[in-house]
Design a protein around this ligand. Sequence first.
Ligand SMILES: Nc1ncnc2c1ncn2[C@@H]1O[C@H](COP(=O)(O)OP(=O)(O)OP(=O)(O)O)[C@@H](O)[C@H]1O
Length: 502
Amino acid sequence: MSSSNPALEPSEPPRQHDSTIIVDKAVSLTLSSDSLLIVDDRSHHKSARGCCAPFKSSTQSESTVAISLYNILDAEINPTSLVITYAQHSHKDNVTVTALRYAIGETEKPAIEAWMTRLLDLAYGSAQRRKRLKVLINPHGGKGNAASLYHKYGAPILAAARCHLDVQTTEYNGHAIKIAEELDLDAYDAVVCCSGDGLPYEVFNGLGKRSNGREALARVAVALLPCGSGNGLTWNCFGTGSNSIAALGIVKGLRTPIDLVSVTQKDSRTLSFLSQSFGIVAESDLATEHIRWMGAQRFTYGFLVRLLRRTVWPCDLAVKVVLDDKQAIKEHYKSFSLKEDEDADSLTDRSRIDAAHKSPGLPKLQFGTVQDELPGDWEVVSGETMGNFYAGNMAIMSKDANFFPASLPNDGLMDVVTIDGNVSRSTSLKMMTEIETGGFFDMPEVHIRKALAYRLVPHQKEGYISVDGERIPFEALQCEVHQGLGTVLSKSKRVYQAEGPK
Ligand SMILES: Nc1ncnc2c1ncn2[C@@H]1O[C@H](COP(=O)(O)OP(=O)(O)OP(=O)(O)O)[C@@H](O)[C@H]1O
């Protein structure tokens, strides 16, 4: 019978803790919940490692290094050594591949193998390893340097993580739609676009055009290695505009369902993943193509020019509103983003694919199209002096433009913002700065609704309507949201990498 006093227990032989192994005689490698701690007690440690690391403290004969498990890409045992590869921050906006090599003896191998399995389990969590990626490069995306950005920054990280890469350059406008439409769903886990947001827009639409569109959108994730000027998809999913950090995000990305919006005009139906705009934002984006050389600044420039003119864009607007009180929207955001029990989530891969098997095409339009009669319970919003109509599926539209802070990946709602065109210039300018500082949401001139659908009918003959940054015909449109129809790779399944409403 065992004693209740631990001091009187028969002592067990000392056992090396599972989390720690000793390699190269004097280097201890310890796993914590979020990092790999390396204590190197070799007098020759500097030349032996041949690298430096994010955090290091050292004395004459010992150095300690901590590497975030998120940054660990791979590990392997070859005949004489253990090799660990990770993405090391080389400066604020970049990570590069670095390898650690430690000599190991034959007898140590079984213990080291078990430790290595644990390292990779912790480093990847529920993220899929060695993803099979269809990489699409738009040679004309952004400033036209997508191929060199990919080969210099993205590819080395993906390769070091042993992703399977099948790279294709898009050859003409709309090519990505065709590629996605014909993609072998069994061969790829994700399509990675090296472009701006235009190529992901095409990929979602190509997947959606298939007879099994719903299944294709549930099975194949879409990701962006940022090579354009806005790169909204990367900012929302990984919180960065850096190509190499986004590549690490893709390696560690969780399959995340996202809401997609059906946009109908006359007889057409397209899918939008990011936003739809009419008024100042659409023009700032689309009417400034001629100053593309400015990069992201062209948007700000276009915005300011139109702001100073105080233009209005009259329209009829009706919205199927779910929440229109800012406090209620904040509470909705908070409760949704704090949900933890993923098993209770109805949007699991299994449930989405099962639903797709039952009904393989795109979901039916719950509210009909723009050609049908307007449903009686929609809120009619005065649009005579519309300055800015902006509907968002994701929070961040481009760097520092967290336009829809309350937007969530899969709450089944879109965020509709309207701003009157007659607000003073000084208030409009203040709005611009408040977007960056997070005060925009609470400004009284900014009307925000969480909605299921809306219809917008422009009054003028000519102008700009933008869907995910792409121009669509300037005519009546109706949009409705489909909960969790698409899939992205993302850091969090619950929230975008944006500051929520305060
Ligand atoms: N080889 C090609 N020749 C011409 N157009 C192409 C080619 N490949 C892709 N495209 C078109 O480029 C557009 C998308 O570009 P991309 O995704 O890079 O966004 P972007 O508009 O350049 O981004 P941003 O506005 O953020 O700079 C799509 O309309 C697509 O059809």
